[in-house]
Design a protein around this ligand. Structure first.
Ligand SMILES: Cc1cc2nc3c(=O)[nH]c(=O)nc-3n(C[C@H](O)[C@H](O)[C@H](O)COP(=O)(O)OP(=O)(O)OC[C@H]3O[C@@H](n4cnc5c(N)ncnc54)[C@H](O)[C@@H]3O)c2cc1C
Length: 381
């Protein structure tokens, strides 16, 4: 069979891949979007804390903070119906072990010109643990609604061909194109693959970034990977509110978009397993399950070998910052792999790293930072 030809191929059907495909199609390109799983948006784009970053979270990385703040307005405007902007968002500084103190946090907010008002007393919060509490302006996007929106958009855009359950297996470089062969990811035995050709490829596969880069014969990014848990709670007293405690091994609870749930994460307990290798190697990957291997990780939430939930440990840590007036109920947890640049250990930064790893044919590696930085691809393509 002749390979199908496209102007551009996007690998990875999370929010960054979907946005890149839509952007290119909007410029008139004939685009193919390939996703390894049976559905789009099953991994980090669905399983995250849904914070529409306004910069507050990164007092040690001015670059990440400024980038989040720069895209906040546009992301909010263009996704208004999927954004919860009507809750009270508090940031607080822990009295013990924080890398940032109240004075530094206030100066940082002034520098970025992001609003923060110090709250001297509040019946829900425990000021014996909090050095300072601030009311800020930060929103939350709804990953489930975003998924519906982007899946519908890519699947109904005539210029985009979406191929699911398609895992990239082999790549050949011709003079000005990449020739790619995909295997049906649900197929355990090798069979005839789907083939296509394109002069431009965008690798937006996040946790699988290096596995895909290696198929193209280009360099790795230096990454670490963590199997992470987001726990979902409700609370009568704390609904329509969010609290993030800064800056170090602390925790955060806030509305998960418009779902009515609060998402809870904690630096100490969210990350169950860490892989310091460039590919995500974990001891829960077993030879009997070819749907999750370091070269092509699977979906953790539905995996029978996912870690035991740490939801109650996270809650106990979080409750230190509340008075007894606030009560929480745990409903369920989601799990996924969180991938980070190794450099983020220095300043906790989460830049969106876009590198052109081959000029002709073109390979663009799009390693995602914060969700509201989807627009960064426009600077390159
Ligand atoms: C626990 C956690 C909390 C977070 N909290 C926030 C937050 O509050 N706010 C925020 O802005 N950001 C947050 N992030 C970061 C944000 O979620 C990610 O940066 C973003 O979702 C990554 O999007 P993506 O499209 O690049 O990756 P993904 O959504 O992971 O999509 C990549 C896709 O590529 C597919 N794929 C993999 N290999 C192949 C292959 N060989 N061929 C084809 N497809 C392939 C995968 O199956 C997957 O669907 C968080 C992330 C995590 C994990």
């Amino acid at each position: 069979m002749q390979p199908e030809k496209f102007d551009a191929v996007v690998l990875g059907g999370g929010i960054f891949g979907c946005y890149a495909a839509l952007y290119l199609a909007g410029k008139g390109a004939k685009v193919a979007l390939f996703e390894k799983e049976g559905q789009l948006f099953q991994k980090a784009s669905l399983v995250n804390q849904a914070r529409l970053h306004g910069g507050y979270h990164y007092p040690r990385s001015i670059a990440t903070a400024a980038l989040s703040d720069a895209h906040k307005e546009r992301f909010t405007r263009e996704h208004r119906q999927f954004v919860n902007s009507s809750f009270e968002k508090y940031y607080a500084i822990d009295r013990f072990g924080s890398f940032t103190d109240a004075g530094q946090f206030e100066r940082f907010c002034q520098y970025l010109k992001i609003p923060c008002t110090r709250i001297p007393a509040h019946p829900l919060f425990n000021f014996q643990r909090l050095e300072a509490l601030y009311l800020t302006t930060e929103y939350s996007f709804d990953p489930v609604l975003l998924r519906q929106f982007y899946v519908h958009k890519v699947e109904t855009t005539p210029k985009i061909t979406v191929r699911k359950s398609a895992r990239l297996e082999a790549v050949q470089k011709t003079t000005d194109s990449w020739a790619m062969t995909f295997r049906n990811a649900e197929q355990t035995q090798p069979g005839p693959g789907m083939r296509c050709e394109s002069p431009i490829v965008i690798n937006a596969t996040y946790a699988a970034t290096n596995a895909v880069n290696r198929l193209f014969g280009v360099r790795d990014l230096d990454l670490t990977h963590e199997i992470s848990e987001i726990a979902f709670f409700t609370s009568e007293q704390f609904k329509n509110k969010g609290l993030t405690v800064m800056d170090g091994p602390f925790s955060s609870i806030m509305p998960f978009g418009l779902s009515g749930f609060l998402s809870l994460s904690s630096v100490a307990y969210t990350h169950h397993k860490i892989s310091y290798e460039n590919l995500p190697h974990f001891n829960c990957q077993v030879p009997e399950d070819p749907t999750c291997v370091p070269e092509a990780p699977g979906i953790c939430t539905t995996c029978p070998r996912r870690p035991k939930s740490n939801a109650y440990k996270m809650l106990r840590q979080m409750q230190q910052y509340f008075t007894n007036a606030a009560q929480f109920t745990h409903w369920f947890s989601y799990f996924t792999i969180k991938s980070k640049l190794k450099t983020s250990y220095i300043d906790d930064g989460r830049p969106t790293d876009i590198s052109v790893l081959s000029e002709k044919p073109t390979l663009i590696c799009l390693f995602a930072g914060k969700v509201n930085s989807i627009y960064e691809i426009e600077k390159i393509v």
